[in-house]
Design a protein around this ligand. Structure first.
Ligand SMILES: Nc1ncnc2c1ncn2[C@@H]1O[C@H](COP(=O)(O)OP(=O)(O)OP(=O)(O)O)[C@@H](O)[C@H]1O
Ligand SMILES: [Mg+2]
Length: 386
């Protein structure tokens, strides 16, 4: 007898393969299993086997069960109720709740990390920042939103199996696409996936929202690596996020392009003050000089507020760590650049701003919903890879 959800969806059947996703400190990852029986007490499944060994997931562990159905990938939160080893081994899982919750995004703070010019160090900063934030006890999810040069996975040597496009198209569950990185950070590999949400029908968008919601359950802060430049895909990410970190270097072309981005946003009525990080500086004073110039110009000519939140020293070991595909805060933690990145993480935590209660009342939308509204509002259609 298949187990059905409220909407009549045939969720589980005996013999069906399922995934179990867990993010507890000890058991992390996506385990494969199979349904043995569906009973009043719960769903009986095989013990997962990993690298040829049985994985004894403990009683009480929270898991997310993912199931491939004719309608696409579905998931439900559950927990291990009973475990039997030995010859008749099995796990008993809590059955899916009968009542399906309306999807509401939990409002996790989302920070877009952006730049006017490419190659100024966005991805380097974001990878290190994520790890430094994790070391400060935050659960961080990094979303690769860079359409042209998505490369967080390369920077951290985390080969992706799937990416956001596979999730948006409904072929993969979000928990199959995420990869766990250093210090337990979660990386959602990119592609043009976030743009494609504009093409989703309402039902499919709700499915995506529910999956995003699961990700948010494991997350205290989300960082999005945007492309650089003035394209709409970049500005959409910035406006949909709660905060924007603008990375520049002291090079005049990088400053000019950063200012151009600020100008586009300010003229479009964007009001959230952008936070500037000056990367590749030779001294703290150089960072102050660059930031001062930008703050002054934005205030004076655009009546728009930006603030400096930190800098990262130019260091050959940063470049080397990128070549070695290990974050500098991990590989060369004693360097000034690594210290700068830790300081930046601490400053960011002090600022950590999600939507205020008032904002939530006015617009109780999460990041995905805001992004979709923005893309839709601007005329729809996905922006293709450049
Ligand atoms: N603080 C630093 N000191 C020295 N080199 C750095 C520093 N930060 C970044 N780099 C170097 O700059 C290069 C570009 O950095 P990164 O790929 O992070 O830039 P990006 O802004 O993400 O680029 P893109 O716009 O192409 O995505 C990297 O190869 C890295 O070696
Ligand atoms: Mg990059």
């Amino acid at each position: 007898m298949p187990l059905e959800q409220e909407n009549g969806l045939r969720l589980l059947q005996v013999g069906q393969a399922i995934g179990l996703y867990t993010h507890s400190p000890i058991y992390r990852g996506n385990y494969q299993s199979q349904v043995i029986g569906i009973e009043d007490a719960g769903v009986r499944i095989t013990l997962p086997i990993e690298d040829g060994k049985l994985t004894l997931l403990p009683v009480g562990l929270s898991v997310v069960v993912t199931v491939n159905t004719a309608q696409g990938v579905r998931e439900y939160p559950s927990r291990v109720l009973e475990r039997r080893a030995g010859t008749d081994r099995y796990l008993l899982l809590e059955a899916p709740a009968v009542k399906k919750q309306a999807p509401m995004e939990r409002l996790v703070p989302v920070w877009a990390v952006t730049s006017g010019k490419g190659g100024v160090g966005k991805t380097t900063v974001i990878c290190n920042l994520a790890i430094a934030l994790a070391e400060l006890g935050k659960r961080v999810c990094v979303i690769d939103g860079d359409l042209g040069t998505a490369n967080i996975d390369i920077m951290l040597n985390l080969p992706p199996k799937y990416n956001l496009s596979d999730v948006v198209s409904g072929n993969r569950h979000i928990l199959e696409a995420v990869i766990e990185g250093p210090k337990g950070i979660i990386v959602l590999p990119g592609s043009s996936g976030l743009q494609e949400i504009t093409e989703l029908k309402d039902d499919d968008f709700e499915r995506l929202l529910r999956q995003f919601q699961i990700l948010e359950r494991y997350t205290d802060i989300m960082l999005i690596d945007t492309s650089s430049g003035l394209s709409r895909s970049v500005t959409n990410f910035i406006v949909a996020a709660n905060q924007a970190v603008l990375v520049t270097t002291p090079d005049p072309p990088a400053i000019t392009d950063a200012y151009a981005l600020v100008k586009v946003l300010a003229r479009a009525g964007y009001q959230v003050p952008m936070k500037v990080v000056v990367n590749k500086v030779r001294s703290p004073q150089e960072a102050i000089d660059v930031a001062d110039k930008m703050v002054f110009a934005a205030k004076h000519f655009l009546q728009y507020e930006i603030s400096a939140i930190g800098h990262v020293t130019d260091d050959e070991l940063v470049e080397r760590s990128v070549r070695e595909q290990v974050a500098v805060v991990e590989r060369y933690p004693k360097t000034m650049a690594a210290q700068d990145l830790h300081n930046l993480a601490a400053t960011l935590l002090g600022l950590e701003v999600g939507p205020t209660q008032k904002e939530q009342q006015v617009s109780p939308l999460g990041f995905l919903q805001r992004l979709r509204a923005l893309i839709g509002f601007r005329g729809g259609g996905s922006e293709k890879k450049r």
